[in-house]
Design a protein around this ligand. Structure first.
Ligand SMILES: [Zn+2]
Ligand SMILES: [Zn+2]
Ligand SMILES: [Zn+2]
Length: 346
């Protein structure tokens, strides 16, 4: 019999099917692989992107020239633009503001051929160092209420360019998904004095059925109320509300766990399309407009990465009701991924 399950972090319900055990091969996706004549993210093509805002490169090389390991540029076709004020307007029941924000592309490697899963730990650490640098910089702009870092891998997950990259959107409105998660964490702290995610990690580690891997610094978990097959979350075991406060060693530990997660998926599901999203604290200035609102965030929130492989389409019932139907219980997903060797060489 299927069951309704509630996600303790989102507060939403999913329907978990468990009529029969499904095999990973039932979820394989036919991937499209675009071919490009000239890739604007490749070394030597720096003039085809806007001027870089951050790069990791030897001191002997110049900005906007080859030699970089990671390069961050504004999106050439940004959905949101950084210049101007918000110009909030109300017309009857309708509200609007201008499309102010920042939209940046983090080019994760100079190598056109390799995806993030195929990079080594030092290279992935460089990507995370770029995330941290851009968060710390854009936080200074008080117009932005949230900075969302995310990755689309594969056309099926919204990445038309094959060269491995992630994106950052700085937005003037707190995204509802983040807002709801922050509220769940805050409410749990106010009633129990504990971090919701620390409590969740203790419970899941003791249970063990949904743990994919635990290296002593990071935990990879198939969430109890996964909304789709092989959904995963990556948590630092040490409590911290803010990804941008991680030191280089902590980022290297995170890179190791992220590589582990991506390689298990790569092996088991043959390089599936996926999205991942970094969930971390909002900029501090957004707490000022609501006195007391994020007062306990240092203790009540716990940053993490959420990953969803794009293996199926969302249908009418899901869109209309918000109840996702997951045909693969997370206990099975975790078991399959635990049995997958992430250390095979590429
Ligand atoms: Zn390229
Ligand atoms: Zn915590
Ligand atoms: Zn989250």
């Amino acid at each position: 019999m299927s069951e309704f399950r509630k996600d303790p972090l989102r507060g939403t319900w999913v329907i978990t099917e468990n009529q029969r055990i499904r095999q990973p091969r039932e979820f394989l996706v036919d991937r499209q692989h675009p071919t490009l004549t000239i890739c604007p993210f490749c070394p030597g093509q720096e003039s085809k992107t806007p001027q870089e805002v951050f790069a990791l490169r030897p001191g002997t090389t110049k900005a906007n020239e080859p030699g970089w390991r990671v390069r961050v540029v504004p999106n050439k076709f940004p959905i949101l633009r950084i210049e101007g004020d918000l110009n909030r307007q109300t017309s009857g029941l309708n509200q609007s503001m201008r499309g102010i924000g920042a939209h940046e592309v983090i080019i994760e490697t100079a190598d056109h051929q390799r995806s993030l899963a195929q990079l080594d730990i030092a290279e992935i650490t460089d990507v995370l160092i770029a995330y941290r640098a851009r968060l710390l910089d854009l936080r200074q702009d008080s117009r932005f209420h949230y900075l969302q870092i995310f990755k689309n891998h594969g056309i099926e997950a919204g990445a038309p360019l094959p060269h491995s990259h992630s994106q950052l959107m700085a937005v003037p409105i707190m995204p509802p998904v983040i807002h709801s998660e922050l509220n769940m964490c805050r409410n749990h702290f106010l009633t129990s004095g504990q971090c919701l995610i620390c409590d969740l990690l203790a419970q899941e580690t003791a249970d063990g059925r949904r743990v994919v891997s635990n290296d002593g610094t990071f935990l990879i978990l198939a969430p109890y109320a996964s909304s789709s097959p092989f959904e995963l979350r990556l948590f630092p075991l040490r409590h911290n509300h803010d990804f941008a406060l991680q030191n280089d060693q902590e980022l290297a530990d995170c890179a190791k766990a992220l590589q582990d997660m991506l390689r298990r998926l790569y092996r088991l599901l043959e390089d599936p399309p996926y999205n991942f999203i970094l969930h971390t604290t909002p900029p501090i200035h957004s707490r000022v407009s609501k006195p007391g609102y994020w007062e306990t965030i240092v203790s009540d929130y716990h940053w993490h990465i959420e990953l969803v492989p794009r293996l199926s389409q969302t249908a009418g019932f899901e869109w209309g009701s918000g109840f996702f139907i997951n045909p693969l219980p997370p206990e099975d997903a975790a078991r399959f991924l635990r049995a997958t060797d992430p250390n095979l060489s590429f």
